[in-house]
Design a protein around this ligand. Structure first.
Ligand SMILES: NC(=O)c1ccc[n+]([C@@H]2O[C@H](COP(=O)([O-])OP(=O)(O)OC[C@H]3O[C@@H](n4cnc5c(N)ncnc54)[C@H](OP(=O)(O)O)[C@@H]3O)[C@@H](O)[C@H]2O)c1
Length: 256
């Protein structure tokens, strides 16, 4: 007897939170997983990390902030699966700095990928999500959506993601599509290495220093600390949950 598997696309699936989510989803054995990201380098690193499980993932290359790329992603999924049951919008970038330091280019880059890209990919894939069973969208926002600091364009983009989540949850309920967000504090990934803000050594040092400001004594791990909640939201165990924000932060926001 063949087991029904939900088809789930994870944007930013070749690194950090996206990759940790994919690793976890594959372990559940109840998901067909698609990964979307841009660079061939991250793609080959992700394949190496997944090992033999990499062959179970459909890797598509594309930039979520480009309409043409999103349309190609739509066509590929339509051809292979004809539907989508889940979308994890994890692709994102950052660049440190406030209004005095950030250039218009820095600003546009973050808003284009973190906010417009999330809107665009979701919009293009909506016809496939409508064909899915109990479809669920999980947007990766951040505690920075409410707390100013670090990067002005990043914080603003994540504040936008929270409203995008609420708006879509309200609008798409009539199709039985749920939309929720995960708002993490610091999680150990490649985001600051990719932005050029830190070297790996500096980031490791920063992560160690940060640990003591968390009641649970450490920053987060993508697969262990976030993926189980993301999977819960994708699953049929949360059919009456929409428009919700899951703050997963090791207690950071309630720390003195
Ligand atoms: N790390 C944290 O502390 C933290 C905390 C809260 C929220 N978040 C959020 O979590 C999400 C994932 O970040 P991360 O920390 O896991 O970062 P990461 O390790 O740098 O991973 C980012 C992923 O997104 C992909 N990506 C970036 N821009 C893209 C684009 N335009 N089109 C398609 N794919 C793109 C990257 O691959 P390519 O570069 O090859 O495209 C990579 O696979 C982001 O939305 C971030 O804001 C992170």
């Amino acid at each position: 007897m063949s087991v029904y598997k939900k088809v789930v696309l994870v944007s930013g699936g070749t690194s950090g939170i996206g990759l940790g989510t994919i690793e976890y989803l594959l372990e559940q054995n109840s998901y067909e997983v698609i990964s979307v990201s841009r660079s061939a380098e991250n793609l080959s690193l992700a394949k190496k990390k997944l090992g033999p499980n990499a062959s179970k993932v459909l890797f598509l290359q594309g930039d979520i902030s480009k309409e043409n790329d999103c349309n190609k992603i739509y066509e590929e999924i339509d051809k292979r699966f004809h539907k989508l049951d889940g979308l994890v919008n994890s692709a994102g970038i950052t660049k440190l700095g406030g209004i005095e330091k950030q250039t218009l280019e820095d600003w546009n880059h973050s808003i284009n990928i973190n906010l417009t890209g999330m809107f665009l990919l979701t919009k293009v894939l909506l016809p496939l999500l409508k064909k899915g069973a109990n479809s669920s969208i999980v947007n990766i926002s951040s505690v920075s959506s409410e707390k100013a600091g670090g990067s002005i364009s990043y914080c603003t983009s994540k504040a936008g993601v929270d409203m995008l989540t609420k708006y879509m949850a309200q609008e798409l309920g009539k199709y039985n599509i749920r939309v929720n967000s995960i708002n993490p504090a610091a999680v150990y990934t490649n985001i600051y290495i990719a932005s050029g803000d830190y070297t790996r050594e500096e980031y490791d040092e920063w992560s160690e220093q940060k640990a003591s400001s968390y009641p649970l004594g450490r920053i987060g791990d993508a697969k262990k600390d976030l993926a189980p909640t993301i999977e819960l939201l994708l699953s049929d165990k949360t059919l009456w949950t929409t428009g919700a924000r899951y703050i997963i932060d090791g207690g950071k926001s309630i720390a003195k």
